[in-house]
Ligand binder design. Sequence first.
Ligand SMILES: [Zn+2]
Length: 121
Amino acid sequence: MATSRARLWQQLMQLSPICSGSLHEQYLTCGKASCRCHDRKEPQLHGPYYLWRRHIAGKQVNRTLRAGPELERVRAGIDNYHKLQELLGDWLVQEENQVLEGRRGVVSWGKKNFKRSLPRR
Ligand SMILES: [Zn+2]
């Protein structure tokens, strides 16, 4: 268990950048009425732009990004965040299993005994 924990820690430390939230591709119209994006038959919208949507302290925060290194860092960060959550999930299972092993005695108690042992109000 100790070695797998150390390996897990190593994997966690290698995750960078880390970004929460999600990316959404967007095509937009502009304010110029004469622009090709407002063509009635074949509108050619502007884009793609990328909306990075995340939550900070419970509030939704949006950032619009263009294709480029910044977008790629955010994309990599979101992938890493999903890996982080998987690793934490594995870790949680390991830790919970240890907790149960250490207190196996509790499981062998009968339900009746457990009820009787509760303090009366
Ligand atoms: Zn336009």
